[in-house]
Design a protein around this ligand. Sequence first.
Ligand code: UDP
Length: 332
Amino acid sequence: SSIPVLVTGGAGYIGSHAVLALRDAGWPVSVIDDLSTGSRYLLPDDVPFYEGNVADRALVERIFAEQDIGAIMHFAGSIVVPESVEKPLDYYRNNTVASHSLISTAVDAGICHVVFSSTAAVYGEPERVPVDEAVAKLPINPYGASKLMTERMLEDSAAAYPLNFAALRYFNVSGADPAGRSGQVGKGSTHLIKVAVEAAVGKRDHVDVFGTDYQTPDGSCVRDYIHVSDLVDAHLKALERLIERPEENLVLNLGYGRGLSVLEVLDALDKVLGQPIRREMKGRRAGDPPLLISSNKALLETLDWNARYADIETILTHALDWERKLQSRNWA
Ligand code: UDP
């Protein structure tokens, strides 16, 4: 089955990869994005594009009608943790309130399936690692709270209306389209792999290592870095499952179930480059949990999904290829 899908935030990093994957797989796909952080050039020209916000009810109703939309992949939102602490009300507006409007418009239009972009930040500082989906959800910042509230709206809506949903909790999304069509755009990104490949192409002169005295094997923080194409593949499989089983919802972590330290990531990049990137050892960054690794048992058991790009050198190579492309086109 392939029903027309609306991708919100489709001009962003993850959303644009979802658009490409849906299009590659033959799904009719349209995009709504307000271009507050997204970029048109991440999208193919033949994808119907609507510039605007998901909270614009009239616009969303028009897209549903014009494109005969049957399912939504909802990526639009704000995602920077420290910014969410500074501007919590912006986060509740952009993530929670806007999602309320979108879900409500979808329910009124009889749209049945929603795949939602959630986050490991719903767990806060998890009581156990690897983190499974039953771990207590106690977000420690407005970003995580704003996403968790949307999960709850979906859960309650699915119980009350003819709608089912998948809440997909991302670990550390990284890498870029293997075919070089999309990737992460700079604009002051603070994510390790983005920062590291920027240093690799000379946009920065070093990489800071935030914290070397954690209770981890090498003292730096450990994360579960997942390639954006594998992450997006799980979205397509989740959508197929929602269509096949309209009575069921899905709540799944998206990660590989393996951890890499900051120093291991930088070592791997040095290897890919064949030369070392300058590092500066710094103090701990506020709010960083030492160890965050996903259990992906539920993902593997529920969806016919397997990791294709888990190798860190593959992730770094794709991120680096994309960074070079950005640089050569003067895009960011
Ligand atoms: N990190 C680092 N230097 C950087 C950016 C990040 O050492 O320039 C560390 C950060 O402190 C954390 C890990 O890399 O331990 C992953 O951070 P990132 O911001 O990529 O993702 P997060 O896990 O915070 O969502």
